[in-house]
Design a protein around this ligand. Structure first.
Ligand code: RP5
Length: 177
């Protein structure tokens, strides 16, 4: 039996997860669910769970150290405020880590953004925009990375982009209908 801080997923899509979507708190879910929505739309197997840099540091280390051997290719990490999760995960794995700054109540996510983006040279986190757009694009970018080795996912990304373009071109009038 695994101890409580070992690193299985708590929720995942059906086949073996390729992307890990973690976040510092359950309170981050309303933002981070947009990453999961994109992964589901593009057919990317994922897992998701709460991993806190400050409240569950042992779990963070176990999760990051075991991620590659468990078959993950990318980790999306969202956090708010003193948002140390993405950087600390990146310090423990050579997998690409995408950081999503979650809006904080006090500082609207500027604190989260600066905490995630200002990594020291040598340990990389790919930092996305604050909030929903960042989470959505983290899911998209993760799919693009996985798609480098998976033609089905690559085609799903291309189809998504073509559909998006078509939707804009088909609706040129900006006024509410
Ligand atoms: C961070 O602290 C989390 O990522 C979250 O954005 C923020 C607040 O967490 P809660 O107090 O809502 O659990 O670690």
């Amino acid at each position: 039996m695994q101890s409580s801080h070992e690193a299985p997923s708590t929720a995942s899509s059906s086949s073996s997860p390729r992307v890990g979507v973690i976040m510092g708190s359950k309170s981050d879910w309303p933002v981070m669910e947009h990453a999961v929505t994109m992964l589901e739309r593009l057919g990317v197997p994922y897992e998701t769970r709460v991993v806190s840099a400050h409240r569950t540091p042992d779990l963070l280390f176990d999760y990051a150290k075991s991620a590659a051997e468990r078959g993950l290719s990318v980790i999306i990490a969202g956090a708010g405020g003193a948002a140390h999760l993405p950087g600390m995960v990146a310090s423990q794995t050579a997998l690409p880590v995408l950081g999503v700054p979650v809006e904080s109540k006090a500082l609207k996510g500027l604190d989260s953004l600066l905490s995630i983006v200002q990594m020291p040279g040598g340990i990389a986190v790919g930092t996305l925009a604050i909030g929903k757009a960042g989470a959505t694009n983290a899911g998209l970018l993760a799919a693009q990375i996985v798609g480098l080795q998976d033609a089905t996912i690559r085609q799903a990304v291309e189809a998504f982009r073509a559909e998006q373009t078509e939707t804009v071109l088909d609706n040129p009038d900006p006024r509410p209908s």
